[in-house]
Ligand binder design. Structure first.
Ligand SMILES: Nc1ncnc2c1ncn2[C@@H]1O[C@H](COP(=O)(O)OP(=O)(O)OP(=O)(O)O)[C@@H](O)[C@H]1O
Ligand SMILES: [Mg+2]
Length: 228
């Protein structure tokens, strides 16, 4: 068994719209081992969210491959890819993407139910308590603050204890203290479960806590620093 959890090889992404063709990612290459923590950093518009969506199999590259735990993501059918994601990958969107017609609790129960887990209600309740939302279980997303929605999105991603957790600015809408608590939770999951953690962040302190920093500049990996 290989120790590599995520392998991104020669990934390019171009999009075409009415104004022409735009290359968002050019030849991105990196691998992350099981249990490793990495921060993806770079200026706004450099391609971080696009890269994270491709690693999650939510978006497709124009060229190149992504392997998750040895499986070639884009050699799979869409259904197979969705199945692999539900088994192994937790994703926190920059824009949360909660389901508006479900309560906070129902949003967090959903991935457990999709995975056929018993005790979805109790497990989801516990996870919402851990992110400090034990009192808001039956609230709908539209009445929650931005930071509260972000914490529901985090609880939803954590709750299945995925092998890989991908989070796009997971503390972007949180105050300092709440953000720090959420980061503790993520690193705890990393330690307890050996979760491979990939965070997009503008927060230097968070980036410093990760074992690896991958800097994206205009769609390319600019520098990679490995520290002991
Ligand atoms: N579907 C699309 N069509 C056209 N352009 C796109 C599309 N998706 C992304 N882009 C462009 O690609 C670039 C990279 O976008 P991306 O969202 O990956 O940046 P980012 O690094 O996450 O930025 P931020 O830090 O602001 O979140 C941006 O210039 C964006 O406008
Ligand atoms: Mg982004």
């Amino acid at each position: 068994m290989s120790d590599v959890m995520i392998a991104v090889q020669h990934v390019f992404k171009s999009v075409t719209d009415s104004t022409g063709s735009l290359t968002i990612l050019r030849d991105i290459d990196f691998t992350l081992n099981k249990g490793e923590t990495a921060a993806i950093v770079g200026a706004s518009g450099s391609g971080k969210s696009t890269l994270l969506s491709i690693v999650a199999g939510l978006d497709t590259p124009s060229q190149g491959t992504v392997h998750i735990d040895g499986v070639d993501l884009f050699a799979l059918s869409e259904d197979q890819r969705a199945a692999l994601r539900s088994q192994k990958v937790g994703f926190v969107f920059q824009s949360f993407q909660l389901l508006g017609n479900l309560t906070a609790l129902e949003n967090v129960m959903l991935p457990l139910e999709l995975a056929g887990q018993r005790d979805a209600r109790a497990t989801a309740t516990q996870m919402l308590q851990r992110v400090g939302l034990g009192e808001r279980l039956s609230s709908y997303p539209k009445v929650l603050s931005g930071g509260e929605q972000q914490r529901v999105a985090l609880a939803r991603a954590f709750v299945v204890r995925p092998a890989v957790l991908l989070a796009d600015e997971p503390t972007g809408s949180l105050d300092f203290a709440t953000g720090a608590k959420i980061m503790e939770l993520m690193f705890e999951l990393n330690r307890e479960q050996g979760t491979t953690l990939v965070l997009v962040t503008h927060d230097r302190a968070i980036a410093q806590r990760c074992e690896r920093r991958i800097t994206i500049e205009a769609g390319q990996v600019a520098a990679e620093r490995v520290e002991a």
